[in-house]
Design a protein around this ligand. Structure first.
Ligand code: TEU
Length: 551
């Protein structure tokens, strides 16, 4: 079947399965738990789900380390559970996109085990093995990975090392080998044949590596980046996947593209080039750090957010499609982030939601975002499970300078802030489970939970419900041009979307006090269709107020 552009009207809800809902009370979310909440998602109004990995895995990186692409991890359930979930979703008009993690596998995958057991087996060439320097005493080069430290692990009893850009339990696949690409195409086909509607492609811009494997000029983080990000055969590989598999189904793909420039992104998503449907860029989540390194915090400024939104809204217009998101399982929560303040939780959450929902692209909502879940406020590294945070903590402890730079930051930016169990109600363990969960619940679950949100007509949940309803099928949001207005205000983000003589005008205040906006009145003609403060129709915006006019 030909690809259609259903994705342009999709609102996608990301589920992080181990933290969503636990049906068998072992403290760990599962597929049956997800099935039990599909009516909730239907009520919210989303029409697509992205499911973080549920495949068999030793779970060193919570499933982003896959040991069998054709099997469900036992704590999530069985393939029958999966089939039931998919059909129950489709019954409700909800599509499903899965996570495709094929830059690397787990070191427990049978390919890797065979590669290690017998260097002469064909599986040895499925991965990237290189001779170490100094007779195997030193790694093949000085590259450093995403979770800190060298990207090479020595094979015991050999002078060889293998490449891993993430943890050593995640060896990188050798995409130069056509048999590896064939395996990936088979995996994709298997899931598409089941009826899955697309893939979110994990770190897809890392799959092609420069083949020199030489040391680079030493840098603090990600030394060797030029060799493994946006490598020389990236586009060729993606076109091959598209031509041979993706184009045969009515599906979408969204590539997770760390460090993708606009120029690179245009190549990835230009429909004529037949690669990916859209990508996640991280320019906006990097507005509060230096050089894309979240541990190097920087003061957030609205003008910097405006700048990156402008860049992507104009940049992809007419030649590709944007993805829109403010949270995911790797990012800390947006409440209290991006210039907002936890004391104005509801106002801030609704304002940020409005800001990104009216842009051109496909919006994603991360579980819990729709009820304004907050960061976990960890007190110590012992409360955290994430391997990335622990690796960083070890690095910080071993290096005084880094230790000082990263002081307190690890707890604050840990990915586990987004991974605490979903807060369904105010019962013990927040209705997520009846047993102690794998990661502690955020203490505010007694007041911040789904039950409360459903009962409160003014809740963040009901606000999202309105946004989603308004958005799906709206031609101005889908096709309109983007224009910033009133840019002389430091803490105001205001824009118009215009299509066929009709327009939407969006005001988002980041001021923590009342603020008169001179020049606002002329945009306030027409109908006020949405706001987070009922009854305010003046040109004085209240703290974190947002308003949308249609004219
Ligand atoms: O993330 C890729 C990635 O670049 C992140 O690891 C990012 O550097 C980090 O989260 C910043 O804190 C993807 C997945 O989303 C992530 O969960 C996996 O750990 C990673 O790939 C490896 O598969």
């Amino acid at each position: 079947m030909k690809n259609t552009d259903w994705y342009k009207d999709a609102v996608i809800y990301q589920i992080y399965p181990r933290s969503f809902c636990d049906s068998n009370n072992d403290g760990f979310g599962d597929i049956k738990g997800i099935i039990s909440k599909l009516d909730y998602l239907k009520e919210l109004g989303v029409n697509c789900v992205w499911l973080s990995p549920i495949y068999d895995s030793p779970q060193q990186d919570n499933g982003y380390d896959i040991s069998d692409y054709y099997k469900i991890y036992h704590r999530f359930g069985t393939m029958d559970d999966f089939d039931l979930m998919l059909s129950e979703m489709h019954k409700r008009g909800i599509r499903l996109i899965m996570d495709l993690v094929v830059n690397h596998t787990s070191d427990q995958h049978h390919w890797f085990k065979k590669a290690i057991a017998d260097p002469k087996s064909k599986y040895h060439d499925y991965y990237i093995f290189k001779e170490g320097r100094k007779n195997g005493k030193k790694p093949p080069n000085n590259w450093t990975g995403f979770f800190g430290g060298t990207t090479w692990e020595k094979v015991s009893g050999s002078s060889e090392y293998y490449l891993h850009l993430f943890t050593k339990g995640q060896p990188d696949l050798n995409w130069e080998n056509p048999e590896v690409r064939k395996e990936v195409k088979d995996i994709m086909t298997f899931w598409f044949e089941k009826g899955v509607d697309g893939f979110r492609c994990d770190v897809i811009t890392l799959i092609s590596k420069k083949q020199d494997f030489k040391s680079r000029f030493p840098t603090l983080a990600l030394c060797g980046k030029d060799a493994f990000v946006n490598g020389p055969r990236l586009h060729e590989f993606l076109q091959e996947l598209n031509r041979e598999v993706i184009s045969k189904y009515d599906v979408m793909t969204v590539g997770e593209t760390v460090f993708s420039s606009l120029k690179e992104a245009k190549k990835l998503v230009d429909p004529k080039r037949k690669e990916l449907t859209m990508i996640f860029n991280f320019d906006h989540t990097d507005t509060d750090n230096h050089m894309g390194v979240k541990y190097l915090k920087k003061k957030f400024k609205v003008k910097n957010l405006r700048k990156v939104v402008r860049k992507w809204q104009y940049g992809l217009r007419g030649c590709g499609w944007n993805s829109l998101f403010i949270e995911n399982h790797d990012q800390r929560r947006s409440v209290g982030r991006f210039g907002t303040n936890e004391n104005y939780r509801k106002e801030g959450a609704k304002m940020l939601a409005t800001l990104y929902f009216f842009l051109q692209g496909t919006p994603f909502i991360y579980e819990g975002q729709e009820i304004g879940m907050t960061n976990a406020h960890f007190k110590s590294i012992d409360e955290i499970m994430d391997i990335e945070s622990h690796n960083m903590d070890n690095i910080a402890k071993s290096n005084r300078l880094l230790g000082m730079l990263m002081k307190d930051t690890i707890l604050e930016v840990s990915r586990d802030n987004a991974r605490t169990p979903m807060q369904w109600d105010d019962s013990e363990y927040a209705g997520f489970s009846k047993a102690k969960p794998w990661l502690r619940i955020t203490p505010n679950y007694k007041t911040i939970n789904v039950k409360e949100s459903l009962a409160d007509a003014d809740s963040i949940f009901h606000y999202y419900q309105k946004l989603i309803k308004f958005r799906i099928g709206n031609e101005i949001i889908k096709n309109g041009t983007y224009h910033e207005i009133l840019t002389n205000y430091k803490k105001l983000f205001a824009y118009q979307r215009i299509y066929k003589g009709k327009e939407l005008v969006v005001f988002c205040s980041f001021y923590q006090e009342d603020k008169r906006i001179k020049g606002m009145k002329k945009y306030m003609t027409g109908k006020l269709i949405l706001s987070n403060y009922e009854g305010n129709t003046s040109d004085i915006l209240k703290p974190y107020e947002c308003r949308v006019y249609y004219r």
